[in-house]
Design a protein around this ligand. Structure first.
Ligand code: FAD
Length: 470
């Protein structure tokens, strides 16, 4: 006879969640400070209870409990939202950080992924079968938040956004029901989940389509001196406009990070880099990338055949470390015109912290081939976006906590004439709440609000880029 407990009790608060088998963490618990910390070390919130779930049944129990008690709910997937949306003061965190399983079906080329998985979990398991789906460019980003907002990554021009590869999702809704969403099951919810964020419930499992990738891909950065930025960007704009969909690129403007392969004298030196990943045969990649490699006078060229899963997490601990302080400003760009490039070159190196940088994703390809109303993601027609990422060490707060965000805001202001009128919802920061309409546009927002009314009429899930019920 099973002796498994059907309750979890926290002795300090005497809080019991009926039917909950995970871990409950409350103030005073030795694990509390670690459990409430998120990727952005500048976020310092104190939830009343952290319900670390083991599976969907725990999520159901936690949602019902929080609603009965009138506790505000946040959902923690990977904890990577720069605004710290995974945690709140005085409410309950539904923490999925131990629900990270990934099951791959290599025959049907599908993966089922739990709601707390990170992209490194997915890449690791799928690459065993030389398969992958579009994920983010940093391994420790959460699958859930990234997917629900859209999902940009090096594979997106070839295989679409992450949501374009989403086949189904299991969702715990505000009333504690478990609902499946797919093209032929609750299609309204399935549409809304693909871009509408965590507004509709807690996603406990995602199901993705996979594609043959690697295991070795031509990937890596080429760095040029910051003084060559304008020329590099002019060349880059024309180069990527003609590039095949197999080529995914991100431009990084800031300093050369201390990657092991970067010599000491180049580290932290202002530099513009193009990070490339070619998802096709290596000899084809050599040919396609050769003009970029021959351009100007690179400081260092680190493009080489690389295991895809390694490339996906190459900068995790070097440029995107947990616990540093971050502040972001982002926008979609109409194009990389000469004037846009002038603004970018002017502002990118004006940050005070060597950890701050700007990044531009090249979009288009398969992203743009999906009809605009097929999902709730806005900006499919946009060729490039930019994210201004201010970053500094916790101990540098006095020096940078005001000036770095000011740099990011000035940068965005200067880009005003070049903005496309949309912004990627996953790049919004804590003071961007009023930009949710910009992120969705009126028509998509209205449609999302209708779905919100069906699945979460009381706005139980509002610690997100909130869509208010109609
Ligand atoms: P969390 O902070 O855990 O959650 C973010 C939001 O999603 C919250 O509103 C939360 O309620 C909701 N949520 C989380 N889990 C669930 C769930 N299971 N069910 C329902 N709602 C849930 N984006 C890209 O598209 N491409 C990139 O390459 C990329 N790179 C990034 C690199 C870094 C270093 C960082 C910090 C972010 C990056 N992003 C990228 C942005 C990223 O998509 C968002 O930060 C996203 O919110 C992260 O998801 P998460 O699950 O880690 O976040």
């Amino acid at each position: 006879m099973s002796t498994q407990t059907t309750q979890a009790t926290d002795p300090r608060t005497a809080t019991t969640i009926p039917g909950f088998r995970g871990e409950l963490i409350a103030p005073g618990d030795p694990a509390y400070d670690t459990a409430r910390a998120v990727w952005n070390g500048g976020v310092d919130r104190h939830p009343r209870l952290i319900a670390r779930c083991r599976g969907s049944a725990d999520v159901v129990a936690a949602v019902r409990f929080a609603r009965e008690r009138g506790l505000e709910i946040t959902i923690r997937g990977g904890g990577h939202s720069v605004a710290g949306l995974a945690v709140c003061d005085d409410g309950m965190v539904i923490d999925l950080s131990t629900m990270r399983a990934v099951w791959v079906d290599p025959v049907d080329r599908r993966a089922r992924v739990q709601g707390g998985a990170l992209w490194t979990d997915v890449d690791r398991e799928t690459q065993v079968h030389e398969l992958a789906t579009t994920g983010g460019i940093v391994g420790h980003t959460g699958v859930a938040g990234l997917t629900l907002g859209g999902g940009l990554g090096f594979l997106a021009r070839k295989h679409g956004l992450t949501i374009d590869n989403l086949l189904a999702a299991e969702v715990v809704t505000a009333d504690g029901a478990i609902v499946r969403a797919a093209a032929d099951e609750n299609p309204d919810l399935f549409w809304a989940l693909r871009g509408g964020g965590g507004n509709f419930g807690v996603v406990t499992t995602f199901e993705f389509a996979l594609h043959p990738v690697g295991p070795s891909v031509m990937a890596g950065p080429i760095f040029w001196p910051a003084a060559e930025t304008t020329d590099v960007l002019h060349f880059y704009r024309d180069f990527v406009a003609e590039a095949p969909d197999e080529l995914g690129t991100v431009v990084r403007l800031g300093t050369a990070p201390p990657l092991p392969a970067i010599p000491e004298q180049l580290r932290w030196r202002p530099a513009v880099a193009v990070f490339s990943c070619y998802v096709g045969p290596l000899d084809e990649a050599e040919q396609v990338l050769s003009p970029l490699r021959r351009f100007g006078t690179p400081l260092i060229d680190l493009l080489s055949p690389t295991p895809y899963a390694d490339f996906q997490c190459a900068l995790d601990e070097i440029s995107y470390r947990h616990g540093w302080h971050y502040y972001w400003k982002a926008t979609d760009l109409t194009d990389l015109t000469d004037d846009t490039i002038a603004v970018v070159a002017d502002h990118a190196y004006a940050a005070g912290s060597p950890r701050s940088y700007a990044a531009m994703f090249h979009l288009g390809g398969a992203i743009a081939r999906v009809p605009a109303d097929a999902t709730a993601y806005v900006g499919r027609h946009v060729p490039h976006n930019i994210i201004v990422d201010a970053a500094w060490l916790p101990e540098e707060a006095t020096q940078h906590a005001t000036t770095e965000p000011a740099w990011a805001r000035d940068f965005l202001r200067a880009l005003e004439p070049h903005r496309a009128g949309s912004v990627y919802v996953n790049f919004l920061d804590v003071d961007d709440g009023s930009r949710v309409r910009e992120a969705y546009g009126d028509a998509i927002y209205r449609r999302l609000a209708e779905v919100k009314t069906s699945y979460d009429p009381d706005n139980t899930f509002h610690r997100n880029r909130n869509i208010e019920p109609a």
